[in-house]
Design a binder for this molecule. Structure first.
Ligand code: ADP
Ligand code: MG
Length: 255
Protein backbone atom coordinates (compact mmCIF):
# COMPACT_ATOMS: atom_id res chain seq x y z
CA UNK A 1 0.00 0.00 0.00
CA UNK A 2 1.27 3.48 -0.84
CA UNK A 3 2.11 5.48 2.30
CA UNK A 4 0.51 8.91 2.83
CA UNK A 5 3.87 10.54 2.31
CA UNK A 6 4.46 8.79 -0.98
CA UNK A 7 0.90 9.63 -2.00
CA UNK A 8 1.42 13.32 -1.21
CA UNK A 9 4.59 13.26 -3.28
CA UNK A 10 2.83 11.58 -6.20
CA UNK A 11 -0.02 14.08 -6.07
CA UNK A 12 2.38 17.00 -5.89
CA UNK A 13 4.38 15.75 -8.86
CA UNK A 14 1.15 15.30 -10.81
CA UNK A 15 0.21 18.86 -9.80
CA UNK A 16 -2.75 17.53 -7.87
CA UNK A 17 -1.53 18.95 -4.56
CA UNK A 18 -4.97 20.34 -3.62
CA UNK A 19 -6.40 16.83 -3.75
CA UNK A 20 -4.21 15.65 -0.88
CA UNK A 21 -6.37 17.36 1.75
CA UNK A 22 -9.58 15.86 0.33
CA UNK A 23 -8.30 12.35 -0.22
CA UNK A 24 -8.74 10.97 3.33
CA UNK A 25 -12.43 11.95 3.28
CA UNK A 26 -12.93 10.59 -0.22
CA UNK A 27 -11.33 7.27 0.76
CA UNK A 28 -13.40 7.08 3.94
CA UNK A 29 -16.56 7.82 1.95
CA UNK A 30 -15.67 5.16 -0.61
CA UNK A 31 -15.16 2.60 2.20
CA UNK A 32 -18.49 3.40 3.81
CA UNK A 33 -20.37 3.34 0.51
CA UNK A 34 -18.41 0.33 -0.73
CA UNK A 35 -17.68 2.10 -4.01
CA UNK A 36 -16.28 0.15 -6.93
CA UNK A 37 -12.75 1.08 -8.08
CA UNK A 38 -14.25 2.80 -11.11
CA UNK A 39 -16.74 4.82 -9.04
CA UNK A 40 -14.05 5.79 -6.54
CA UNK A 41 -11.70 6.97 -9.28
CA UNK A 42 -14.52 8.99 -10.88
CA UNK A 43 -15.31 10.58 -7.48
CA UNK A 44 -11.68 11.56 -6.99
CA UNK A 45 -11.40 13.04 -10.47
CA UNK A 46 -14.69 14.92 -10.09
CA UNK A 47 -13.47 16.38 -6.80
CA UNK A 48 -10.24 17.56 -8.43
CA UNK A 49 -12.14 19.08 -11.34
CA UNK A 50 -14.59 20.87 -9.03
CA UNK A 51 -11.64 22.30 -7.08
CA UNK A 52 -9.98 23.50 -10.26
CA UNK A 53 -13.18 25.14 -11.50
CA UNK A 54 -13.63 26.85 -8.16
CA UNK A 55 -10.06 28.18 -8.14
CA UNK A 56 -10.34 29.36 -11.74
CA UNK A 57 -13.57 31.18 -10.87
CA UNK A 58 -11.87 32.92 -7.94
CA UNK A 59 -8.95 33.87 -10.18
CA UNK A 60 -11.26 35.33 -12.82
CA UNK A 61 -13.21 37.16 -10.13
CA UNK A 62 -10.04 38.67 -8.65
CA UNK A 63 -8.59 39.73 -11.96
CA UNK A 64 -11.85 41.47 -12.89
CA UNK A 65 -11.19 44.01 -10.07
CA UNK A 66 -14.85 44.74 -9.47
CA UNK A 67 -15.36 47.64 -7.02
CA UNK A 68 -18.76 46.41 -5.80
CA UNK A 69 -19.77 42.94 -4.72
CA UNK A 70 -23.09 43.72 -6.34
CA UNK A 71 -25.14 40.94 -7.85
CA UNK A 72 -28.13 41.24 -10.15
CA UNK A 73 -30.14 39.33 -7.53
CA UNK A 74 -29.79 42.26 -5.13
CA UNK A 75 -30.89 44.89 -7.66
CA UNK A 76 -34.31 46.23 -6.74
CA UNK A 77 -36.03 46.60 -10.10
CA UNK A 78 -39.19 47.88 -8.42
CA UNK A 79 -37.22 50.88 -7.17
CA UNK A 80 -35.92 51.65 -10.68
CA UNK A 81 -38.80 51.04 -13.11
CA UNK A 82 -36.95 52.70 -15.99
CA UNK A 83 -34.68 49.62 -16.07
CA UNK A 84 -36.27 46.77 -17.97
CA UNK A 85 -35.84 43.68 -15.80
CA UNK A 86 -36.59 41.53 -18.83
CA UNK A 87 -33.72 43.07 -20.80
CA UNK A 88 -31.28 42.77 -17.88
CA UNK A 89 -32.24 39.12 -17.34
CA UNK A 90 -31.80 38.48 -21.04
CA UNK A 91 -28.34 40.08 -20.91
CA UNK A 92 -27.57 37.96 -17.86
CA UNK A 93 -27.93 34.89 -20.11
CA UNK A 94 -24.75 36.11 -21.75
CA UNK A 95 -25.43 35.80 -25.47
CA UNK A 96 -24.35 39.46 -25.89
CA UNK A 97 -20.83 38.28 -25.06
CA UNK A 98 -20.85 35.83 -27.97
CA UNK A 99 -21.84 38.54 -30.45
CA UNK A 100 -19.50 41.19 -28.94
CA UNK A 101 -22.55 43.35 -28.29
CA UNK A 102 -21.95 46.33 -26.00
CA UNK A 103 -24.12 47.50 -23.12
CA UNK A 104 -24.40 51.22 -22.41
CA UNK A 105 -25.85 52.29 -19.07
CA UNK A 106 -26.81 55.96 -18.93
CA UNK A 107 -28.12 57.96 -16.02
CA UNK A 108 -27.41 60.35 -13.15
CA UNK A 109 -25.39 59.34 -10.06
CA UNK A 110 -26.72 56.70 -7.71
CA UNK A 111 -29.25 55.02 -10.01
CA UNK A 112 -27.40 51.70 -10.11
CA UNK A 113 -25.22 51.86 -13.24
CA UNK A 114 -22.12 50.45 -11.52
CA UNK A 115 -24.26 47.91 -9.67
CA UNK A 116 -25.78 46.60 -12.90
CA UNK A 117 -22.40 46.60 -14.67
CA UNK A 118 -20.82 44.60 -11.83
CA UNK A 119 -23.82 42.28 -11.59
CA UNK A 120 -23.55 41.48 -15.30
CA UNK A 121 -19.80 41.00 -14.93
CA UNK A 122 -20.30 38.54 -12.05
CA UNK A 123 -22.73 36.55 -14.22
CA UNK A 124 -20.26 36.55 -17.09
CA UNK A 125 -17.46 35.35 -14.80
CA UNK A 126 -19.64 32.63 -13.28
CA UNK A 127 -20.43 31.33 -16.75
CA UNK A 128 -16.76 30.96 -17.57
CA UNK A 129 -15.94 34.33 -19.12
CA UNK A 130 -13.17 36.74 -18.22
CA UNK A 131 -13.91 40.35 -17.34
CA UNK A 132 -12.03 43.50 -16.39
CA UNK A 133 -13.45 46.56 -14.67
CA UNK A 134 -11.93 50.01 -14.94
CA UNK A 135 -13.04 53.60 -14.67
CA UNK A 136 -12.36 55.96 -17.53
CA UNK A 137 -9.97 57.87 -15.28
CA UNK A 138 -7.88 54.77 -14.51
CA UNK A 139 -8.03 53.63 -18.10
CA UNK A 140 -6.66 56.82 -19.57
CA UNK A 141 -3.99 56.93 -16.86
CA UNK A 142 -2.91 53.44 -17.91
CA UNK A 143 -3.01 54.18 -21.61
CA UNK A 144 -1.23 57.50 -21.24
CA UNK A 145 2.06 57.60 -23.03
CA UNK A 146 1.75 53.93 -23.81
CA UNK A 147 4.36 52.91 -26.37
CA UNK A 148 3.12 50.82 -29.26
CA UNK A 149 5.12 47.90 -27.92
CA UNK A 150 3.80 48.13 -24.39
CA UNK A 151 1.40 45.33 -25.15
CA UNK A 152 0.99 44.02 -21.61
CA UNK A 153 -1.05 46.96 -20.36
CA UNK A 154 -3.07 47.08 -23.53
CA UNK A 155 -3.68 43.34 -23.43
CA UNK A 156 -5.29 43.67 -19.99
CA UNK A 157 -8.01 45.74 -21.66
CA UNK A 158 -8.20 43.87 -24.95
CA UNK A 159 -8.08 40.27 -23.86
CA UNK A 160 -10.98 39.92 -21.38
CA UNK A 161 -14.26 38.77 -22.91
CA UNK A 162 -15.90 41.72 -21.19
CA UNK A 163 -14.45 45.16 -20.48
CA UNK A 164 -16.32 47.53 -18.18
CA UNK A 165 -15.51 51.21 -18.52
CA UNK A 166 -17.23 53.01 -15.68
CA UNK A 167 -17.84 56.71 -15.13
CA UNK A 168 -17.48 58.12 -18.60
CA UNK A 169 -18.09 61.80 -18.28
CA UNK A 170 -16.41 62.59 -14.99
CA UNK A 171 -13.09 63.41 -16.60
CA UNK A 172 -12.56 65.69 -19.55
CA UNK A 173 -10.21 64.11 -22.08
CA UNK A 174 -7.34 65.75 -23.92
CA UNK A 175 -6.58 64.82 -27.54
CA UNK A 176 -4.19 61.99 -26.58
CA UNK A 177 -6.64 60.47 -24.15
CA UNK A 178 -9.48 60.75 -26.62
CA UNK A 179 -7.40 58.99 -29.27
CA UNK A 180 -6.36 56.22 -26.88
CA UNK A 181 -9.98 55.60 -25.95
CA UNK A 182 -10.97 55.60 -29.61
CA UNK A 183 -8.24 53.08 -30.43
CA UNK A 184 -9.33 50.80 -27.61
CA UNK A 185 -12.97 50.91 -28.69
CA UNK A 186 -11.90 50.26 -32.29
CA UNK A 187 -9.68 47.33 -31.24
CA UNK A 188 -12.54 45.67 -29.35
CA UNK A 189 -15.14 46.45 -32.01
CA UNK A 190 -16.87 43.18 -33.03
CA UNK A 191 -14.28 41.26 -30.97
CA UNK A 192 -15.27 41.73 -27.34
CA UNK A 193 -18.12 43.35 -25.43
CA UNK A 194 -17.79 46.58 -23.52
CA UNK A 195 -20.13 47.68 -20.75
CA UNK A 196 -19.98 51.41 -20.48
CA UNK A 197 -21.56 53.66 -17.90
CA UNK A 198 -22.03 57.39 -18.22
CA UNK A 199 -23.88 60.32 -16.74
CA UNK A 200 -23.67 62.09 -20.11
CA UNK A 201 -26.04 61.85 -23.01
CA UNK A 202 -24.49 60.95 -26.37
CA UNK A 203 -24.81 64.58 -27.48
CA UNK A 204 -22.20 65.54 -24.88
CA UNK A 205 -19.56 63.13 -26.15
CA UNK A 206 -18.13 65.63 -28.61
CA UNK A 207 -17.42 67.93 -25.70
CA UNK A 208 -16.05 65.07 -23.57
CA UNK A 209 -13.60 64.03 -26.29
CA UNK A 210 -12.98 67.58 -27.48
CA UNK A 211 -13.65 66.42 -31.03
CA UNK A 212 -17.09 65.96 -32.63
CA UNK A 213 -15.82 63.85 -35.53
CA UNK A 214 -13.92 61.48 -33.25
CA UNK A 215 -16.93 61.25 -30.93
CA UNK A 216 -19.28 60.31 -33.72
CA UNK A 217 -16.84 57.73 -35.11
CA UNK A 218 -16.50 56.23 -31.65
CA UNK A 219 -20.23 56.18 -30.96
CA UNK A 220 -20.73 54.59 -34.38
CA UNK A 221 -18.58 51.62 -33.38
CA UNK A 222 -19.87 51.44 -29.81
CA UNK A 223 -23.53 51.56 -30.76
CA UNK A 224 -23.47 49.42 -33.91
CA UNK A 225 -24.14 46.32 -31.79
CA UNK A 226 -25.36 47.61 -28.45
CA UNK A 227 -28.12 47.62 -25.88
CA UNK A 228 -28.64 51.05 -24.36
CA UNK A 229 -30.28 51.25 -20.95
CA UNK A 230 -31.26 54.76 -19.94
CA UNK A 231 -32.05 55.07 -16.25
CA UNK A 232 -33.93 58.19 -15.30
CA UNK A 233 -35.06 57.36 -11.81
CA UNK A 234 -34.04 58.44 -8.35
CA UNK A 235 -30.69 57.92 -6.66
CA UNK A 236 -30.76 54.74 -4.57
CA UNK A 237 -28.24 56.32 -2.21
CA UNK A 238 -30.65 59.14 -1.47
CA UNK A 239 -33.74 56.95 -1.19
CA UNK A 240 -34.23 57.55 2.51
CA UNK A 241 -33.75 61.30 2.23
CA UNK A 242 -36.25 62.06 -0.46
CA UNK A 243 -39.99 61.86 -0.34
CA UNK A 244 -41.34 59.28 -2.79
CA UNK A 245 -43.53 61.84 -4.48
CA UNK A 246 -40.59 64.13 -5.28
CA UNK A 247 -38.67 62.12 -7.85
CA UNK A 248 -35.21 63.47 -8.53
CA UNK A 249 -33.63 62.93 -11.88
CA UNK A 250 -30.17 64.15 -10.95
CA UNK A 251 -29.63 62.50 -7.58
CA UNK A 252 -26.97 63.67 -5.17
CA UNK A 253 -24.06 61.73 -3.84
CA UNK A 254 -20.56 61.49 -5.14
CA UNK A 255 -19.80 58.75 -7.59
P1 ADP B 1 -24.25 54.73 -10.09
O1 ADP B 1 -23.11 53.92 -10.60
O2 ADP B 1 -25.37 54.87 -11.07
O3 ADP B 1 -23.82 56.06 -9.54
P2 ADP B 1 -24.34 52.68 -8.08
O4 ADP B 1 -24.51 51.45 -8.90
O5 ADP B 1 -22.98 52.93 -7.55
O6 ADP B 1 -24.90 53.95 -8.86
O7 ADP B 1 -25.39 52.61 -6.89
C1 ADP B 1 -25.16 53.28 -5.65
C2 ADP B 1 -25.42 52.30 -4.51
O8 ADP B 1 -26.79 51.97 -4.46
C3 ADP B 1 -24.68 50.99 -4.68
O9 ADP B 1 -24.32 50.52 -3.39
C4 ADP B 1 -25.71 50.06 -5.29
O10 ADP B 1 -25.49 48.72 -4.94
C5 ADP B 1 -27.01 50.59 -4.72
N1 ADP B 1 -28.13 50.52 -5.66
C6 ADP B 1 -28.40 51.38 -6.67
N2 ADP B 1 -29.55 51.07 -7.28
C7 ADP B 1 -30.02 49.99 -6.64
C8 ADP B 1 -31.21 49.19 -6.80
N3 ADP B 1 -32.14 49.48 -7.74
N4 ADP B 1 -31.37 48.12 -5.97
C9 ADP B 1 -30.46 47.85 -5.03
N5 ADP B 1 -29.34 48.56 -4.81
C10 ADP B 1 -29.11 49.63 -5.60
MG1 MG C 1 -21.11 54.38 -10.61
Amino acid sequence: MTSTLAMDDLLRRLRLGQLASQLPDLIEGARLQKLSYERFLATVLESELAGRDERALLRRMRSARLPLKARLESFDFAFQPSVSERLVQELAQGSYLETATNVVLLGPPGVGKTHLACGLAVRAIETGHTARFTTLRTLIGDLEGLGRRDVKTLRAYLKPDLLIIDEIGYSQLNADHANSLFELVTARYERGSIILTSNLSFNDWGHLLGDDVLASAMLDRLLHHAEVITINGRSYRMRNHIENDHPLTAGGGSN
